[in-house]
Design a protein around this ligand. Structure first.
Ligand code: BES
Ligand code: MN
Ligand code: ZN
Length: 481
């Protein structure tokens, strides 16, 4: 699928479908506009978001069809992203080959380019009868659009799809080593420095918390470091993006019931998110120093697995009683966060499918956001808001640490009940950031779609990649760094 910017008279463009958003769309000429107006007057079209109407042989246009898409009262970046994705998916289903998206101007070309790439996502292929995608060409007509901005949108949309493909890949094909190999090749291709730490290297670093999770699996863990160190970096800040990469979470000896385990291949979504974000940041050549750490492990029960009640020592020296081996994500992140601080992080953001409790609190609507720093927190919220990804900040009072304090040890990895499970997990993580400005994104409720939506099939959503790219793009504006 080739996505490009096009300029030229719309009426003469031959295509299988000309996509027109019902607000912010291009002028189509009197005849076609009268056809649309008639449909609106009769009440057949209301223009609500994701409403799709197809009109055959539109008047005085070379297009075979008009694909009319509702976007609400006004086209904003969020609606433009969704509309473009829905248009591409709609075109795929109908086997259209050549599609034109017609905008009034160039203002939303970034969102539309991201949306087209997002809508063109191809899931990993496991079906024996899978046919090739139909759409060959998408032309975006957006008078005055900046080619660089368009290009940036394509890059970011493709990076989100990299994240989604990793998340959708089953764990038999993606363990810690395979993930590390992918991260290495993708990172290098994007111009990043890559370093892969294996088990002996992690032992030498004293990563006893992360290693305790890997112990039950036949597949050894990895910690991947990707670094973006541009020569034109503005300011002295060094942001670290840290991702939970549990390639499969059985719960370990505190085994999950079958129906809760079924989807646990997506427990590496945090790592996939951060990999997608940093490869996009490098491809865009953003002038900020950014590193990424991926903590990759498989959580399995076995004769060598960590037992409930075992006490392990984290890289920062703190001891942790493993009350529940299913609270493994925080054990992985603990050492990854410590390592980031040691490596000179001035700011930290982690992403993790950390708690089932975040879905109870926020459903699939908001990402749970927890931070020790108000300006970082509001910077993330605002960056997400600008493109329609929603973050909801949860309180971080000291009292929430109480259940995580150990009896025989410094800390315990789970409390005695489920109360405020998302926050108590974050308070545990906070013990490993050593006061560095830090934000934690709990994406357990949002990283995977239980059912399809107009612009995406069920499965990985790729959420937070686009926001994180904006976080870095807007870094100086946010008063950070
Ligand atoms: N990976 C899970 C969290 C999760 C649950 C992600 C559902 C996606 C969907 C995490 O490792 C986990 O098992 N957390 C436990 C923590 C508890 C044992 C303190 C949970 O949320 O139940
Ligand atoms: Mn778990
Ligand atoms: Zn997990």
């Amino acid at each position: 699928m080739n996505i490009s910017l096009h300029d030229g008279p719309l009426a003469e463009l031959e295509c299988d479908a000309l996509v027109e958003p019902l607000a912010g769309g291009a002028a189509l000429g009197q005849a076609a506009e009268a056809q649309i107006a008639a449909l609106r007057e009769s009440g057949e079209i209301a223009g609500k978001p994701s409403e799709l109407t197809i009109l055959h042989e539109p008047k005085e246009l070379a297009a075979k069809r008009l694909m009319l898409l509702g976007v609400g009262d006004a086209l904003d970046a969020n609606q433009a992203f969704r509309m473009a994705g829905q248009a591409v998916r709609g075109a795929q289903q109908r086997k259209f080959k050549r599609v034109v998206i017609a905008l009034a101007d160039g203002e939303l070309v970034r969102a539309v380019a991201e949306g087209c790439a997002y809508g063109g996502y191809e899931r990993p292929k496991y079906k024996s009868d899978e046919s090739a995608a139909a759409v060959e060409e998408i032309l975006i007509v957006a008078p005055g659009a900046d080619t660089g901005v368009f290009e940036a949108g394509r890059i970011v949309g493709e990076s989100v799809n990299v994240t989604r493909r990793l998340v959708d890949t089953p764990a038999n094909d993606l363990g810690p080593e395979e993930f590390a190999d992918m991260a290495e090749s993708m990172g290098k291709a994007a111009g990043l420095d890559v370093e892969v730490l294996d088990e002996p290297a992690l032992e030498a670093l004293g990563a006893g918390s992360l290693l305790s999770v890997a112990r039950g699996s036949a597949r050894p863990p990895r910690l991947v470091r990707l670094s973006w160190n541009p020569t034109d970096a503005t300011g002295d800040s060094h942001l670290f993006l840290v991702g939970k990469g549990v390639t499969f979470d059985t719960g370990g000896l505190s085994l999950k019931p079958a129906n809760s385990m079924e989807k646990m291949k997506y427990d590496m979504a945090g790592a996939a998110t951060m990999l997608g974000a940093i490869t996009a940041i490098a491809r865009l050549g953003l002038p900020q120093r950014v590193s990424c750490l991926l903590g990759l492990v498989e959580n399995m029960p076995s004769g060598t697995a960590t037992r409930p009640g075992d006490i392990v020592q984290a890289m920062n020296g703190k001891t942790i009683e493993v009350i529940n081996t299913d609270a493994e994500g925080r054990l992985v992140l603990a050492d990854a966060l410590t390592y980031a601080v040691r490596e000179g992080a001035t700011h930290l953001i982690d992403a993790a499918t950390l708690t089932g409790a975040v879905s109870v609190a926020l459903g699939a609507v908001n990402i749970g956001l927890m931070s020790n720093n108000d300006s970082l927190q509001s910077h993330i919220t605002a960056s997400g808001q600008s493109i329609g990804e929603q973050f909801w900040a949860l309180p971080m009072n000291d009292e929430y640490l109480e259940p995580m304090k150990g009896d025989l040890s410094d800390l315990r990895n789970a409390g005695t009940d489920r109360k405020a499970g998302t926050i108590t997990a974050a308070k545990f993580l906070e013990q490993f950031v050593d006061g560095t400005p830090w934000a934690h994104l709990d994406i357990a409720g949002t990283a995977n779609l239980d059912k399809g939506v107009p612009n995406a099939p069920k499965g990985a959503s790729g959420i937070a990649v686009r926001s994180l790219v904006r976080v870095v793009e807007n870094w100086a504006n946010g008063g950070l760094g």
